[in-house]
Design a protein around this ligand. Sequence first.
Ligand code: ASP
Ligand code: MG
Length: 603
Amino acid sequence: MALIVQKYGGTSVGTVERIQAVAQRVKATVAAGHSVVVVVSAMGKTTDGLVKLAADITNQPSRREMDMLLSTGEQVSIALLTMALHAQGQEAISLTGAQVGIVTEAEHTRARILKIKTDRLQRHLSEGKVIVVAGFQGISQTSDLEITTLGRGGSDTSAVALAAALGAEKCEIYTDVPGILTTDPRLVPEAQLMEEITSDEMLELASLGAKVLHPRAVEIARNYGVTLVVRSSWTDEPGTRVISPRPQPRPLEGLELAHPVDAVEFDTDQAKVALLRIPDRPGIAARLFGELASQALNVDLIIQSIHEGNTNDIAFTMVKANLAKAEAVAEAIGPALRSNPTDTTQAEVMVDQRMAKISIAGAGMIGRPGVAAKMFSSLAAAGINIQLISTSEVKVSCTIDVADCDRAIAVLCEAFEVTSSPVPQGNSLQTQAPAPEVRGAALDIKQARVAIRHVPDRPGMAAQIFQLLATHGVSVDMIIQSQRCRLVNGQATRDIAFTVAQADAQTAKAVVESAAAELGFGDVAVDEAIAKVSVVGTGMIYAPGVAARMFKALSEQGINLQMIATSEIKISCVVAEAEGVAALRAVHNAFGLAGLKRTVVPA
Ligand code: ASP
Ligand code: MG
């Protein structure tokens, strides 16, 4: 008899009729021979209503009292659902987070789960009862046993954490959409339902997925290997499966806090080609990577940062064996880039074979500004200079001198307490279908870009900048350190650019500017009118030409790429905000994401 955790969102328990329908589904699951733990959200828009009440009283409510207030919403729905189960003849009991023993940090309104006690749950399950648990809430470990909440949308996280703690066969998230779609259907009506997606892909698509599934829930599913299904409360359609590789065993203590980084990866078989001073206009990246793809040359990292004047630099890496061919492509394309007579640029190609790529990977980096900073400062403390940086939601990659690689691995494994040997990248997962090159596309328009010019090219600079931002609570999304090297007063410098939430942009600028004189770098510029468009897919690791197709689709719309950053399974481009939606549509279309999958049955 399998144990299944089912979570029902606010809309699914929004009315008495819907609560009764949920009770029927739960009862049917029991009748099919399963034990069931149900997690529910507050009814409908209850939580929003409570937030509004608080706001009507004060614009600075105490975070403790907010938790006291907001946690009541779920207590209503667990009681009503349990009554509905009783009315249908199903034995059931409701429990608050505290009664279960969902122990969290004492951080009100955004607590992370530390552990879940399972003895009471096991006892009721063995009595044959359905247990209905209040989502989104927990209790602090301190002697005062404070009520905490996990942050808006947190009942998904409660459900997956319960599934992990109980070793459930699967966790089903019932919601008002049919599952996870290839992109946001409000922006691209042709978006299609996905049958499956890996948890890493889902995390990389955090900005897309967050509306459907709390990213912290995906983190837990990935870390503990919980099988997750997102499906509609209104139909019997199977929905979307979020699949995770068999995880490294990890203790349930410190559930959401331990080990934000679980792997250190390196590659010494890579070489880099950089095109310097190429014109900053649409179509250049498309042309370069199109040419590389037509020769079946697979590229790994691609990094392009902010332009300077009317030129830009693009750097990419590939296996050493392909260096000669890639260099030839880059050399051949150089003159062609100047076909426009107004271009006075002097494009130049540079290659580097003495590089290594080193990365940290893990689900716990999202929203934790200190993780990247810790990587940079560990490398700096070992005197290792960072050449290029490219980050994504679940990975930070740097290129360094190959001679430093062994030391870099050692310091990073120590800093992040990684004891296992490096995980093979991306291909360890058995999915039912072969992994698609591109699984989904996302647009994030709520970001701003901060660019720091002329950062001295020596160990410790990135460390200091991102440590400072972390100390000020600024969460950085994408970080790019580019190839561009400038001599300023006889010293080599590079530009570093990063994106942050728009709300944090001015703080970030002020924080960085306050250190400019001491650290010796130039201007700090903020651009709030940017958008990030990304494509994600595990299959792109082995498929040449994915980047080329993305860049081509964008250039056909006349969209200029302001920045490019990649991880193994993701390509992100920063474009002007006004072009964001057009960019998303073009990319979604270019990868045939519309129309190839099973049609969505409307609810
Ligand atoms: N009721 C909480 C909220 O609205 C938690 C949840 O629904 O997941 O954010
Ligand atoms: Mg939700």
